[in-house]
Each structure stands twice: as structure tokens, then as C-alpha cells.
Ligand binder design. Structure first.
Ligand code: NAP
Ligand code: SF4
Length: 676
């Protein structure tokens, strides 16, 4: 008897039977920009199909040149493009999966000069002014969607998903906010605004016949001023069904919305109310999406009747075997997506290729081909932070015998500091995953053990891997040894308590994390009602766009006063993750954080922190100064081994402290395991 009966139940839609209710959501990866794109995409999708996802939705393909998201995004408008698609569909079908092609027209979000929209009004997040489509150009666009649907069928896809959410072209036609100047049949009334997606569905159905899935991704809540109301969304959903859709997928918010929708700092499953609203309006199956990363939650969502299937995009980047592990009951072994966005969305938004922090193979499957090592070795790993644990797991999986030394009483290293920051408790999942894998792979974990050169030499290991991490940098400031000064480690481990007036020296990722730790509202990441209230979201969907007012207007300010300083003159927080930094800054701004750029630190005294900006000296009267001034590599053990001519590999922060993050640490460790 399975513990997830609803999630594992097959579902027949049209002529296709989905083997369970897990859909891999479409995700822009930019894998196509790497070398050997077809080989990579085949490997990427086939691995997820082997992992038993029922239905895979590809990343978006544009139906025409204007609809490309970026200048090098892919268009699927010609039979000459069929061959690579056939390779993908064949591989997925061979693995027992189904796959649908997403057709995405970027509209005014397009980052190239051919952007188009219902009007020439540009988006807040894109400097490019779109060309306003003429009536005949809109009909041409409808025809282009239908042509791509037909090509998808020829390429062997099981269906297409028409992307009608996230603020792209279709949304732009639907919402009054962006479609208020047209006087043709595609504007004016609600009926006129809805015409574009409905004509696309009708034209596509006419071209592909009945033996092909038409999926429409609806924006279940727009989260923009003058977006659709709940009543309009329900009406649109009914018309989408009548126009021939087999399935409705749900999307949340537009990209330009000032409300976060998928970051780890928002509660899991918070958007199911919006999917349920769509589900209640139609009789075709509905897919629930956004911030569902856990099988128990997915099962609950289905049990609650919010939808019929669950879409997971990032969770299947993190663990391609997610669905199989649910079937076999290996839930604790799921490598959970922690919602960090650091290796996926943050890379996409900065024109790089997506991978995954917790699974560096994602998008790089063809680079991780080793199944067995040439020689099975005895390997010592020193340091059980992200790099050390990752290496230990990877090496043990390949069949090596691994001993993992850790000086602290628990696994995790820097992860133990990340996981206490409000909005980052998903890091606990990464720790759980490593703990379970280390245990099941039989890694000899020696906690409370500070390995030294004598011990390592004495045990005769074949390889030594040092993941000894970093030590916090202590900047040279007069009075830095004052009792009010503490390091971020003191604060985040709970060893010391900050006072009520705090200066933070260093505005990098950790400086911001510490500010959030001191000022944040942890309940907002865990409790749906607290989140919805803080971001002014209307769960009854009775207002246009589902908003009740400006986000975070009503959040109470904490009593504590925090000032975050940096020496650079650039905007503080500029280096934070593209997809999450703005959320953190919005939270902290509402909590009263003060930031100072261009500071020269002069002294720390009983009076507080003395600093200068330009010619002006200020004494910040604080009772606590927290040092978040970066780190230096911890290499004492490496020096000891080098002195004895014992070779060792350095990974993670011990290798390079600058701009270290868990993405680089885990990736480096996993790659080293392929070659030792
Ligand atoms: P960091 O990002 O390099 O920031 C260090 C800060 O200390 C900078 O603001 C720097 O700014 C300041 N600083 C450096 N040397 C100093 C000195 N001698 N005296 C005074 N100030 C000094 O390092 P971090 O904040 O420790 O973070 C470590 C890594 O973890 C980073 O790569 C970060 O991206 C990652 N991380 C990421 C997140 C995330 O949310 N994605 C969260 C936490 C950590 P000035 O030189 O301008 O003063
Ligand atoms: Fe999830 Fe982070 Fe991996 Fe993206 S990088 S898939 S958010 S764990």
C-alpha cells in the first residue's frame, strides 16, 4: 500500500495515459546554448522520463522570430527543425514517458529589438519598447502558434502547452493593464481581450486533430495592478475548455509582479487556492504548480481537490528520480529542491545556463558518465560541509570506501548557518538528504574528530580530500577586538546575541543574511496567511490582479535598528541573486534596514562604530558590531600534509574562499569524484 496513492494514480487524458500525477513543468534552461545541445537535451529529458515523471513539458519554443525571449532563443517554425525534436521525443518515449512542447511567445518581455505586444507600452522589467501588433499581425501570430503545434505533432510530441501565464504575450492581451488601447477584435471588452488565446487553441486543434494534447497554461492569479479578477479567470478557464483544451496548467503571477512567487522564502503550497479556483470552474483536469517540492504536500494538494496533477520544474532538476522514489517509497532519499534559485533562475536571468545547486548533473548529464572507478580506493574526506558531504556521497556511490571527518558535533558546516536564516529553512532538506545518503552508502562518518596529518598518514588512505572550509575574515579596524564586536558565526550559531542597535560590516550575501536574521519575519516563510497578508494578496481573488494594495505596506517594523555597511560605492545588495535579492531587499526595507555605501571604517569604541563617507565622519551609536567581511580559506591541515609530502585535493572554500557558495562547492566536489 503506497503512502501517496493519489500522486501515483494514472490518469487518462484524451488518447494518452499518464502513469502518475507528476508533471515536469516547463523551465527555461538555456541548455540549447551549450555545445552538443541535442545530445544534452536528449540526456536531460530522458533521465527525467526514466525517473518516471508522467509528462514532461519542454522549455518554451517560440512560434515566430518576434516571440523569442532572447535573440538566441529557439524558434520552432519549420520542418527543417524536426530532427533534433524527434531525438528528444524518441528518447522520452523509449523511457516510458510522455512529452509536450511548450509554445511561448515572449511578447513585450522579449529582450531583442523585434519585441511585440498589444500596444507599444513597455514592461517595467524590460527597456525595449515593443511594436504594437496590427490586427493582421495578430492573426499571423495565431497561425504561427498553430503551425508550431502541428510541427510538434510531426516531431512526435504528445501535445503542446500554450503558454498563457507569467506575463508573456497572451497575458498582455488578456489584461486591461496592458491591453487598453486596441479598438479591434483583440481588445476593448473582456471578450475581445480573451480572443487571442481562444483563437490559438481553436486554430491549433484544427491543425493537430483530436489525437494530441492541448494544454493551456493559465495565469491563476496575475499579481499585477489591473490584472484579471478571479471571476474573469474562471470565465477564461471555461472558454479555454470550450475552445478545445484537454488540460489546464496553472501559473502564478507575471514576471514584472512585485510579489515573489517561487523563492524559498515563501511558504510551500501557498498558491493552491488559486489553482483550486480554476479547478472549480472547469471539468477538464487541472495541474497545480509553484512551490510544491515535496511528495507529501503534493499528495495533500490532490487530496484537497485543488487540482488533478502537480507540476514540478525545479524539483525535477534537483532530483530526476523524484517520481520513481515516490513509487518505491524512498522519500527520505529525494534530493529536494531547496528553492534557492542560485544555479537555475539566477543563472538564466544573467544569460548563463541552468543547473542545480543540489544536483550539479542537471543540464550536464553527458559530463557525468562514470559509473565505476578504475580502482576502488580508500578515501579520507576532511570537513562535512557541502563540499565534503557532496564528495563523500559521490565517491561512495561510485564504490569507493569513504571516511568523512568532521570536527563539529554535527554535519553541515556553513549549511548550519544558512538554515537558521528566515526563508532559508529549506536548507534543512539538503542536510537531511546528505545525512540519509551518507548513512545508506555506508560512509564512515566521524563527528567530533579534528583529523590531523598524523592520523591521516597513519590510516594509509589512497586519497585525501580536504573540504576544511573557511574562517571568517577579521578586518583591520582599530578597536576590532572591542567586546561589542562579534562575527556572523557567533550570531548565526546562537553563541552570542546581538543587541538592539546593530552595525553590520560587509554587505555581501552573509551580511544580508544576518540582517534578515535580526530583522526578518520568519513566520512569513512558513505560514500562508502571514505571507499573503504581508504581500497584500487577496486569496478570495475578488480584486483585479488578486492584490489588495502595495506589497509590504502593512508589515510592522521591528524594534531593533540595523545598519549594513560596505566600502564599495556601488548599490548595496547588487551582488545578491537576481531572482531573490529583490525579495530580501524589499523585506529588509520594510523592516527599516539602513544601508551605507562608500564607508571607510575608522574605529570601534564604546560609543559605537566610527566611519567616514567622503569628508563626513559619523559615529553610529550601536551596541553590537557584526563582522561579515568575507572569508579566508582554512588550509592548516593542507600545509601540514604538504610539509610531509602527502598529496591532497582541496575543494570548496578551502580551495577558494572568494565568492564561495554552495553551488560551486557541491559542483566541484561532484566533478572531483568523477576523476579520483
Ligand atoms: P562576500 O559576498 O564576498 O561579501 C563580503 C563583504 O565584506 C563585502 O560586502 C565586502 O564589501 C566586505 N569586505 C571584504 N573585505 C573586507 C575588509 N577587509 N574589511 C571590511 N569589509 C570587507 O562574502 P560573504 O557575504 O561572506 O558571502 C560568502 C559567499 O556566500 C558569497 O559568495 C555569497 O554570494 C554567498 N552567499 C550567498 C547568499 C545568497 O543569498 N545567495 C547568501 C549568503 C552567502 P566591501 O569590500 O565593499 O566592504
Ligand atoms: Fe532548486 Fe536551487 Fe536546484 Fe534551482 S538550484 S532547482 S532552486 S535546489
Amino acid at each position: 500500500m503506497t503512502s501517496h496513492p493519489r500522486l501515483l494514480a494514472p490518469l487518462t487524458v484524451g488518447s494518452r495515459t499518464l502513469r502518475n500525477r507528476i508533471v515536469m513543468g516547463a523551465m527555461h534552461t538555456r541548455i540549447e546554448t551549450l555545445d552538443n545541445p541535442t545530445e544534452r537535451l536528449v540526456a536531460f529529458y530522458a533521465e527525467r522520463a526514466r525517473g518516471e515523471a508522467a509528462l514532461i513539458l519542454t522549455n518554451g519554443y517560440s512560434p515566430d522570430i518576434a516571440g523569442r525571449l532572447e535573440a538566441d532563443s529557439e524558434v520552432f517554425d519549420n520542418t527543417t527543425d524536426l530532427a533534433p525534436h524527434r531525438a528528444i521525443t524518441q528518447a522520452v518515449h523509449d523511457a516510458g514517458g510522455l512529452i509536450a512542447l511548450q509554445i511561448l511567445h515572449a511578447g513585450r518581455y522579449a529582450k531583442h529589438p523585434y519585441a511585440v505586444g498589444p500596444s507599444d507600452q513597455r514592461a517595467r522589467i524590460n527597456p525595449i519598447e515593443p511594436h504594437a501588433l496590427s490586427t493582421s499581425e495578430v492573426w499571423d501570430t495565431i497561425d504561427a502558434f498553430a503551425r508550431t503545434a502541428e510541427l510538434a505533432k510531426q516531431a512526435g510530441y504528445d501535445g503542446v502547452e500554450i503558454m498563457g501565464s507569467e506575463g508573456y504575450l497572451i497575458n498582455e492581451f488578456l489584461a486591461e493593464a496592458t491591453n487598453h488601447t486596441r479598438d479591434d477584435e483583440f481588445g476593448g471588452t473582456f471578450e475581445g481581450r480573451c480572443r487571442l488565446p481562444l483563437e490559438i487553441l481553436r486554430a491549433s486543434r484544427a491543425r493537430v486533430g483530436s489525437d494530441f494534447l492541448l494544454i493551456y497554461r493559465i495565469s491563476a492569479i496575475d499579481l499585477v495592478e489591473d490584472g484579471l479578477s478571479g471571476k474573469e479567470i474562471a470565465e477564461l478557464a471555461r472558454q479555454v475548455e470550450a475552445a478545445g483544451a484537454d488540460l489546464i496548467n496553472t501559473g502564478i503571477g507575471w514576471h514584472e509582479s512585485a510579489v515573489p512567487t517561487i523563492a524559498a522564502s515563501i511558504p510551500r503550497g501557498v498558491w493552491t487556492f488559486a489553482a483550486r479556483h480554476v479547478k472549480d470552474a472547469v471539468s477538464i483536469p487541472v495541474i497545480v504548480s509553484n512551490r510544491i517540492n515535496d511528495p507529501d504536500l503534493a499528495e495533500q494538494v490532490l487530496a484537497d481537490g485543488a487540482g488533478d496533477l502537480v507540476s514540478m520544474a525545479r524539483p525535477l532538476l534537483a532530483d530526476p528520480q523524484f517520481a520513481r522514489k515516490v513509487r518505491t517509497g524512498d522519500i527520505a532519499e529525494i534530493n529536494t529542491c531547496i528553492g534557492c534559485n542560485q544555479a537555475c533562475l539566477d543563472r538564466i536571468f544573467t544569460d548563463r545556463t541552468a543547473s542545480c545547486m543540489v544536483n550539479p548533473r542537471a543540464g550536464h548529464e553527458i559530463e557525468f558518465t562514470r559509473r565505476d572507478p578504475a580502482t576502488r580506493k580508500r578515501i579520507a574526506v576532511v570537513g562535512a560541509g557541502p563540499a565534503g558531504m557532496s564528495f563523500a556521497v559521490e565517491a561512495a556511490e561510485l564504490g569507493h570506501t569513504v571516511t568523512l571527518f568532521e570536527a563539529a558535533p554535527q554535519l553541515g558546516g556553513q549549511l548550519n548557518m544558512a538554515r537558521v536564516v528566515p526563508g532559508k529553512d529549506e536548507f534543512n532538506q539538503l542536510l537531511r538528504y546528505f545525512r540519509v545518503r551518507l548513512d545508506r552508502l555506508g560512509v564512515d562518518v566521524r563527528l567530533n574528530t579534528r583529523a590531523d596529518a598524523d592520523q591521516l598518514a597513519g590510516e594509509g588512505f589512497d586519497e585525501i580530500v580536504l573540504a576544511t572550509g573557511v574562517t571568517p575574515r577579521v578586518p583591520e579596524i582599530k578597536g576590532v577586538d572591542h567586546p561589542m564586536v562579534m562575527s556572523y558565526v557567533d550570531v548565526l550559531t546562537g553563541a552570542r546575541r546581538a543587541g538592539e542597535r546593530v552595525a553590520i560590516i560587509g554587505a555581501g550575501g552573509i551580511g544580508y543574511d544576518v540582517a534578515e536574521y535580526l530583522l526578518g519575519h520568519p513566520e512569513e516563510s512558513l505560514d500562508a496567511d502571514a505571507f499573503l497578508t504581508a504581500w497584500s494578496i487577496d486569496p478570495t481573488l475578488s480584486t483585479p490582479g488578486g492584490l489588495t494594495g502595495p506589497p509590504r505596506a502593512e508589515v510592522p517594523k521591528p524594534a531593533r535598528e540595523v545598519t549594513l555597511l560596505q566600502r564599495k560605492t556601488t548599490r548595496p545588495g547588487a551582488g545578491l541573486g537576481k531572482s531573490t535579492g529583490w525579495i530580501l531587499k524589499a523585506r529588509l526595507r520594510a523592516a527599516g534596514l539602513t544601508t551605507v555605501a562608500g564607508a571607510t571604517y575608522e574605529e570601534i569604541s564604546d560609543q559605537g562604530l566610527h566611519y567616514r563617507v567622503g569628508d563626513r565622519t559619523t559615529v553610529l551609536e550601536v551596541d553590537t558590531v557584526i563582522l561579515c567581511a568575507g572569508q579566508e580559506s582554512e588550509r592548516d591541515l593542507y600545509q601540514q600534509l604538504t610539509e610531509r609530502n602527502i598529496p591532497a585535493h582541496l575543494i570548496g572554500g578551502a580551495d577558494l574562499a572568494a565568492e564561495l557558495d554552495a553551488v560551486r562547492a557541491i559542483d566541484q566536489a561532484a566533478r572531483l569524484a568523477q576523476v579520483v
